[in-house]
Design a protein around this ligand. Structure first.
Ligand code: HEM
Length: 134
């Protein structure tokens, strides 16, 4: 007569994934980047040189003529969207009780994330400072 092994057998390798570890790490790294990007953005837009009072179409056009601010805004868009979306994914996983509720909330989240990322990226790269009627 033999005793059972003290530990349950390991899961097959194919089912193991480091996704949650990568997502945990991403939240920390993107959080650090967001401190600089978002606080810098807030400072420039709301405090520097008269803040919001100087923001108009020409101001935006001038900023987006510079690749530096295009990259800044693009990085802020992607990092905030994926950071915020991944955070909401965690909250949905924590709180949704029914499998179907969890599934549909996450589907709505992913669709909204893709739409906002595509639309925002499209606007940053195709913004045209010369508005004309034709
Ligand atoms: C100032 C820069 C930011 C820093 C340093 C930061 C840092 C973090 C960290 C470390 C976590 C993980 C917390 C955990 O695992 O328990 C987190 C979660 C989260 N973050 Fe951020 N974040 C920042 C900006 C943002 C922004 C701009 C958004 C929204 C677009 C956002 C939305 C979220 C959400 C929804 C969660 C999930 C909260 C939860 O699990 O309870 N964060 N943040």
């Amino acid at each position: 007569m033999a005793l059972d092994k003290p530990r349950s057998p390991r899961r097959p390798a194919a089912r193991r994934s480091n996704f949650e570890l990568a997502s945990w790490l991403f939240m920390r790294i993107s959080g650090i980047a967001l401190v600089v990007l978002v606080l810098g953005h807030l400072f420039i837009m709301n405090i520097l040189d008269g803040g919001v009072h100087r923001i108009n179409f020409a101001f935006v056009a001038g900023r987006w003529a510079d690749p530096f601010w295009q990259v800044w805004d693009l990085a802020m868009l992607w990092l905030a969207q994926i950071h915020g979306g991944n955070g909401l994914r965690t909250i949905i996983n924590d709180y949704a009780r029914k499998d179907s509720t969890r599934f549909w909330l996450k589907m709505m989240l992913y669709v909204s994330m893709v739409l906002i990322l595509l639309l925002g990226t499209y606007v940053i790269f195709t913004f045209d400072p010369n508005i004309s009627a034709d």
